[in-house]
Design a protein around this ligand. Structure first.
Ligand code: IPE
Ligand code: IPE
Ligand code: MG
Length: 230
């Protein structure tokens, strides 16, 4: 229900957490959970498309996730490569402008150029899909400040910073949804989260479906956003 005082939801971000525990509950290795995590991501993305959201952001791999065992990191990268290859094949029917949030320098030439091609080829689409890969909120801020300092800016404004973030093309963030039951941000969208509504659910990411997203959105519309006012 959209109330008169509540502006419509434009930008939702997801912390897709709980794949490993989901697999463990089934007596399977963590990688198995990531496979089903990709499936949930695809279903949620389609639902976001139907809902007409202007921008959606998914936290796929953090700057800290490199600490995980190599076997798991390799499995996640393989799933990512497979997904990106599929996107590339269907690029003409792809509905979103793809933006990768994070430093691509961590990736090899092949993966990096595929990421760049996807960004370039979807530039004309109106709605945005941000995929946060090798993303950290602190790393993003360092990257932005370096960029502004190299450009020789002295009187730095909030809009200079916002414009130097990986999310520069996206509208303001309205809602962050974290699955998996933990009540923290884990270095995600630190700047952008300033006035975002936070929604936490115990549901593990592979079990998060469109009904759960609808429930989160319904809850969003019950919140009174004051932005510091009364
Ligand atoms: C989130 O699920 C996916 C990534 C961080 C890549 P986890 O792998 O963190 O799953 P849990 O939190 O250990 O269950
Ligand atoms: C956050 O989940 C990162 C992603 C979902 C990609 P983590 O599982 O890495 O977060 P922590 O370690 O529980 O804070
Ligand atoms: Mg986790």
């Amino acid at each position: 229900m959209v109330t008169a005082e509540q502006a419509p939801l434009r930008h939702v971000a997801f912390i897709m957490d709980g794949n490993g525990r989901w697999a463990k509950k089934r007596g399977m290795p963590r990688e198995y959970g990531h496979r089903f995590g990709v499936k949930a991501f695809q279903d949620i993305l389609s639902h976001c498309d139907r809902l007409g959201l202007e921008a959606v952001t998914f936290y796929a791999f953090s700057t800290e996730n490199w600490k995980r065992p190599k076997k798991e990191v390799d499995a996640i990268m393989k799933l990512m490569d497979r997904y990106l290859a599929e996107c590339e094949k269907k690029i003409d029917e792809y509905r979103f402008r793809i933006c990768f949030l994070g430093d691509k320098a961590a990736f090899d030439e092949k993966r990096r150029s595929r990421m760049e091609r996807l960004e370039q080829h979807t530039l004309d689409r109106q709605r945005i899909l941000n995929i946060a890969l090798n993303y950290g909120g602190r790393d993003e801020l360092v990257h932005a400040f370096r960029q502004l300092s190299e450009a020789g800016l002295k009187q730095i404004t909030e809009s200079d910073i916002a414009g130097a973030l990986y999310t520069a093309a996206s509208p303001e963030l309205d809602l962050i949804i974290r699955t998996g039951g933990d009540l923290r941000i884990s270095n995600f969208l630190l700047w952008q989260a300033a006035y975002a509504e936070l929604y936490f659910t115990d549901v593990l990411w592979p079990d998060f479906g469109k009904e759960q997203l609808d429930a989160a959105i319904a809850e969003f519309y019950t919140r009174k956003r004051r932005f510091g006012g009364v």
